[in-house]
Design a protein around this ligand. Sequence first.
Ligand code: FES
Length: 150
Amino acid sequence: MDLPRLENILSRYEGESWDLIPVLQDIQDSYSYLPKEELQVVSERLNVPLTQIYSVATFFKMFSLIPKGKHQIKVCLGTTCHLKGGGRVVESLSHRLGVEVGYTTKDMQFTLETVGCLGSCAQAPVMMVDEKYFGRSTVDKVPKILKQYK
Ligand code: FES
């Protein structure tokens, strides 16, 4: 546990239960996920039961309980992308990165996720790396896309 880092975050707040979401946001920004030990301390300091903290952490999509990689890969598996081969793109990424969907590579470089429609169906199948869209993704394009982030 990185107590000084956590103390720095907690020092920005009054230590009241209503500080929970902003504290969790700061921890998420700082660590890229919500580490278990840190949540235990937050529970004690803000006097919020740990079960309630986990409810909040799992309810909001912006929070993650598992470590995230430096780059977030999201592959759309909405209907159009699915029909146009999004599943093959996911399989290729999973194979090349050596991770299942929902997990992060051992070197902490990439987290692989699937998502619903990204709103660019005309470009299907679509994937994103961080904030950048890659339309008409194919298995053949996957190595070139990954290379840009290595
Ligand atoms: S279904 Fe993939 S962008 Fe709409």
